[in-house]
Write a protein that binds this ligand. Sequence first.
Ligand code: NAD
Length: 421
Amino acid sequence: MMNLKYINNNTIETINSYISGPNVMILTDSNIFGYYRALIEDKKYLVLPPGEQTKSLATAEKVIDKMSEMGCSRETLLIGFGGGVICDLTGFVAATFKRGIEHGFIATSIIAQADAALGGKNAVNISRKKNLMGTFKMPKFVLCPINLLKTLPADEKINGMAEVIKTALIGSKQLLEELGNPPENWQKNYSFLFKTIQKCGIIKMGIVERDPFDRGERRILNFGHTLGHAIETVYGLKHGYAVALGMVHVLKLTSTHSSLDYSTVTQVEKILKKFGLPIEYDYDMDKVLAAIPNDRKTKDGSVRYICLIHSKPSKETINPDKSEFTLESTEGNTIKETKFDISSIDDEVDNEVVTTKPYEPTVKLQKQVLEEPKDRKPKPKKKNKSKEKISFSKSVENLKKEYPRFDDSKDLDKQYTEINM
Ligand SMILES: NC(=O)c1ccc[n+]([C@@H]2O[C@H](COP(=O)([O-])OP(=O)(O)OC[C@H]3O[C@@H](n4cnc5c(N)ncnc54)[C@H](O)[C@@H]3O)[C@@H](O)[C@H]2O)c1
């Protein structure tokens, strides 16, 4: 049974209650450590460089080696405290350290809280190929403290909204409509973020519960990712920015080759723009296509995309007694504890599903259909650090100097921080 919990109050106490066990080992990155050191410095932990480069087999090997030196055993509970990179790596290490140990997540980014920490998929990248090696392993718990998003840089918030929009597109017409009308200062509206991200979690877990091993319906979660991952790999774009571009392309393709009304393309483009996400980028389609793995292509080289088609609302019901996770959530001072039941969730957020069926037409990519106009080339915006701080953050600037961001040109070993307790 996995416990999924979204909180927006009592953050420190709640996190403490999750990480206070005797055999806890925490993996985090230097950005998170910079802000939240006080929470974990009396625990056993490893601080890794931030960024996609950390999601590698080399890092996993080093972490496993350090964990062994630090006395971790099969009884250790490994906790990933961070964004999607830390979650994916933590799950991978937990699945392989001494043939598997228990793990949990304190998810700190929108991507992690809405998507990456949920569902038990973990992976590392191999030879710059995304998620080539990984396992399925459900975490014991996922704690999503929405308050921690206060330190998430503005561009990472924008980045995270791509997965949120994707989830709305595949799972809830109502959520999609809400996203079409976000509050003005959405990045700092934590009540909006709480509700939106939690809905994504509910939608994702419903899909995962119906198809835990990604054999059918769950593939819909990869919507926008086939092209998105390739763009991310070739251009080093952030995951969400690349997925936004991937979604727009597939929507256009589906509208050209299948039954999707073009108004959906326009609607999604408008929503992406409202959240500051790119809808076009002057990428080289040949390079991008070459980066798409062969298992996403047919023998003749055509790319198989996950596409959206309109379908009737789905009302699949899960027997709550057989449900494999509980959902808890705090709103204000109230704590709700709900045994997950997709039928009741349907009534709340998912009444009119835009589409639920994965649909994979074999569409020959036609460059003339997909190529971006050359006159408009919006680039992802430059990093703009969030000015908001959480009260227990300690001299952040000094810590940031102490734990600089990952620099690809330097040896991983030199940047790898180990703290033995
Ligand atoms: N396993 C899955 O199902 C799944 C689903 C979606 C995405 N992913 C993976 O997730 C990764 C992207 O996730 P991400 O964008 O969270 O990446 P990330 O972990 O690199 O986080 C993005 C940046 O934000 C910083 N950060 C995170 N939380 C913070 C906070 N609260 N305060 C300050 N800084 C913070 C990180 O240090 C990092 O610099 C990709 O590798 C993607 O493949 C996995």
